[in-house]
Design a protein around this ligand. Structure first.
Ligand code: FE
Length: 188
């Protein structure tokens, strides 16, 4: 565990990012905060452990802090939110959580290559962003992805990510997840 004051500062930073940017639109039918909370709720309802729940909750943290206009994707540019989020969290959580966040876009590219049905079922926004994120993986990229030991956790986050886009869903608020975030913090 981080010291209490470290943990308070990190939790404060996360709460601040949700409060400041959680309401923003990112091209889906719901705002970012709603999507991230739904993704975490789906992980928890399937019995995921705290680390997977925290990765699911924070997988789009980079969107909250990337400071790029909402229409970045529509303009054909990538905001690299998965890397920005992973960088921000790299001192906070262990490698598995950080890698799951970093690899959740690669997981989409992998699943699109493996299963055309998966691509058909993606949300319109997710299909649009796929193009600027590099499109479905080629064979070489798929092998590399499978060799990364974090790929299974990233795939699980991705599945919850794709499902967490419901117009309405009964789910806990951010406060519910704060003890889980604290429990997952690295020792400093
Ligand atoms: Fe997402």
């Amino acid at each position: 565990m981080a010291t209490d004051s470290d943990a308070d500062a990190i939790v404060g930073e996360i709460k601040g990012a949700f409060a400041t940017c959680g309401h923003l639109d990112y091209g889906e039918n719901i705002n970012m905060q709603e999507h991230m909370l739904q993704t975490a709720c789906l992980a928890e309802s399937e019995g995921a452990d705290d680390r997977l729940i925290v990765a699911a909750l924070l997988h789009d943290y980079g969107h909250l802090i990337c400071n790029m206009p909402n229409n970045t994707f529509a303009a054909g540019a990538d905001n690299y939110h998965e890397r920005i989020g992973a960088e921000a969290m790299s001192g906070w959580f262990d490698e598995d959580i950080v890698n799951a966040v970093r690899m959740h876009v690669d997981a989409k590219r992998y699943l699109c290559a493996r299963n055309p049905k998966y691509m058909e079922n993606l949300s319109a926004a997710s299909r649009l962003t796929l193009a600027v994120q590099g499109g479905p993986m080629n064979e070489k990229e798929m092998r590399e992805f499978e060799h990364n030991k974090g790929h299974r956790m990233a795939l699980r986050v991705r599945i919850y990510d794709d499902l967490g886009k419901r117009s309405a869903m009964k789910r806990p608020e951010l406060d519910h997840y704060l003890p889980k975030i604290r429990a997952c913090l690295r020792s400093h």
